[in-house]
Every structure is written in C-alpha cells, then in structure tokens.
Write a protein that binds this ligand. Structure first.
Ligand SMILES: [Mg+2]
Length: 303
C-alpha cells in the first residue's frame, strides 16, 4: 500500500521511509506542504498520509483542511506528525480533519500501531462503497436477465419523453406459460436470458431495453418515428424467431408478439405504455409472432 510522508526534515524523512518500507509500504515523499498537496490532488493519490504539522508551503493542518473540503470519497486517512501535545493543538488538528497523531521523535512501534486503524477504516469504506454499488445495480436491474428492471426502464422512458418524441416496442413471449409448464421454469428462465441477450445486442447505443416483468420486455427508442420503430420491431421479431435455445439435445424455438407506439414529448409516459400494451395484445389476437403499430384511429397491422 502507498503512503505519503510529508516532512521538511531530512532525518525524519529517512527514518519514516525506512520504518514504513520495513512494514511493507510503498513510500512517496514530499518535502513541503505544496508538494504534499500536489501528490494528494493527483490521480490515484495515496490513501494514507502522514503529514508534518510544521513545514513550508502549507502546514500539515492546512493540507488536512484542503483534503477534507474535497469530500470523503475515497477517504484519505491522515496522521499528523507533531511535537505539539497541548489539548488546544489536538483539538485544532481534529477540527481540521486529522484522524490521528504521532509524536516526534517517531517511535517505529507507535507508527505501526497508529497505521492499523487507518487500514481498518479504508478497508471498511472500500467494502461499503462496493456494497452500495451492488445495491444500486440491483435496484435498477433484473436479477435474471441483467437488463434494466421495470422501475429503471420506465424512468428512462420518462426522461426520454422530456427531451423529444419517443417510440417504444413492447414484446411479449408467445405461449410462455406452456414453456414453463411443460419444460420447467429453468428452461423458461433460460429462454428469457437468451431473449434478453438478443434484444440488447440488436439495439443502437441510444436505445434501451428493459424487462417489464414476467415474459414482457420494453424497448425505448428515442427520436425514432413510428415506421422506423416498426422496422426495429420486425427485425427483433425475426431475430427471436431465428433464435435457437437447445435444451437436453432438443432445439427450442420461441416467438414474440410486438406492439409499437410513438408519442410526442407532451404525451404522458403512461399513455404511451397503454398504446404499446394495446397493440401488443392486438398482435396476440392477430395470431402472435407479429408486429402491430399504433395509429390514432385503430391499431394497424404491419407484419
Ligand atoms: Mg517540520
């Protein structure tokens, strides 16, 4: 692990460097506050810093204050090096955001002991950040297909409608219940995963796909007119039709019914979803494995 040592005294620098290297640290040295600030402000700075209180350029306490104004993420664990021991000095340093102290002259055993809580804190923060990222991901993604979940895809649709016209395509797997009932939910799940992969691989970078729930998927196509959206829907319908899921040596084929609808930015997202839902059901009624496009008068069949 990297540690920054900032001290203007060559003897202290040498002593700290050899003690820390013996403990397995990679040491970066700064001889004044300005250098310390430059190192801590660089990309990928050391997360542990040992700062001399009295040094030219900027004092350890000033460096400490500057670091803390940058926020706590990722955290820099700061130990101040000082011969000051009065209560008011300690309070000042703590107020500036120091985590710990080491008295000069530095005792190598104390140095080792003072660094330990630093490691604990940095490890804990790393774990918390990782857990938070995982929760954030889970909150917006479907656990099975890894596509956006309903909440996320609807939110994406809402944002897209704030910007301009949007087309959506709602896809529903035909006779999905039969797959689950006859071949088991494992097979049904695999079909959904394969389908999700085909859908996400078939889109432009600006398009998004999510799983609305069950065997229903939604594509959000910003700035795409109805007829282009119908072409997208037809292309996907065909790709799904060509998809082969092998199960116990057997080739399984599935089809989807697709409802396409377009709305201007003034339209509520609920209305757009309702239209797509109605055309998707119209595709089911028209015999499935079809794309139906919404028109103002009546749903209009294209394929
Ligand atoms: Mg000094």
């Amino acid at each position: 692990m990297e540690v920054l040592v900032a001290d203007d005294d060559p003897t202290t620098q040498l002593m700290m460097k050899s003690s820390l290297e013996r403990l397995g640290y990679h040491v970066r040295l700064a001889t004044n506050g300005t250098e310390a600030l430059a190192i801590l402000g660089s990309e990928n700075p050391p997360r542990l810093a040992i700062l001399d209180w009295e040094m030219p350029g900027a004092s350890g306490v000033e460096v400490c204050r500057w670091i803390r104004t940058g926020g706590d993420e990722p955290y820099t664990y700061i130990i101040l090096l000082t011969s000051r021991t009065s209560l008011s000095d300690i309070v000042e340093a703590m107020d500036a955001g120091a985590d710990s102290f080491i008295r000069k002259p530095v005792d190598p055993n104390e140095l080792k002991a003072r660094l330990r809580p630093g490691h604990r804190m940095l490890d804990l923060q790393r774990q918390l950040i990782r857990a938070r990222e995982a929760y954030r991901y889970q909150a917006r993604h479907d656990g099975l297909t890894s596509l956006y979940n309903r909440t996320a895809i609807v939110e994406i649709l809402k944002h897209a409608l704030e910007v301009g016209p949007v087309s959506v395509a709602m896809l529903d797997v035909d006779h999905f219940k039969q797959i689950n009932d006859q071949l088991g939910h494992d097979v049904g799940d695999r079909v959904l995963v394969e389908l999700g992969r085909v859908l996400s691989q078939s889109l432009r970078p600006e398009d998004t796909v999510g799983r609305l729930g069950g065997e229903e998927f939604l594509l959000v196509l910003p700035g795409v007119d109805t007829w282009e959206a119908a072409r997208v829907g037809e292309r996907l319908r065909k790709r799904v039709e060509d998809l082969q899921v092998t199960e116990a040596g057997r080739v399984l084929r599935v089809t989807v019914s697709v409802g396409v609808a377009t709305a201007g930015s003034h339209t509520p997202y609920t209305e757009l979803l309702k239209r797509a839902d109605r055309t998707m059901y119209a595709a089911k009624h028209a015999g499935r494995n079809k794309v139906i496009v919404w028109s103002d008068d009546s749903p209009d069949m294209v394929a």
